[in-house]
Design a protein around this ligand. Sequence first.
Ligand code: ZN
Length: 162
Amino acid sequence: MSKPKIRIYGAMPIEMRRHFRDAIEYFARELMSKQLAKNLNIQLRYKRELDSGALGQCDVLTDNTKPRHFRITICPKSDTRIGRQDIFKTLAHEMVHVKQFAQRELKFRVRSLEKMTWKGKQVNESKVAYEKLPWEKEAFGKEEILFIDYVFYSESEDYFFG
Ligand SMILES: [Zn+2]
């Protein structure tokens, strides 16, 4: 089976848990080769609040030279349908970052969060506006279409838009 290994943590309705699993598999398949997707190990944490106040976060858990183990944290702002759209768009966004790390497009340089390498070029995060960072541009550019594709693929228009 060419599926990533997925673990989901946090209290949530069963339907949402199922969508998290299905959506992670779907986004991995859309963004990466089968070979890469099946070797991923993804922990998803669903929790009330991120310290940074952000909706989502993607952490590389092990082995920076060949990253395959990731933790995505999703922090819902509300449980309405709009809230669900935001949650799953955020998941799509964070999965783009998983792809960037796993394909080595995005790398940490010398363990410093402020010194990243994007496709071989150093980028100082503190000197570039967040939304202009190349990895964020890609993630924001893809989150909407990935999310919409997933809604139709999973035939869950009612759940997200009903
Ligand atoms: Zn991002």
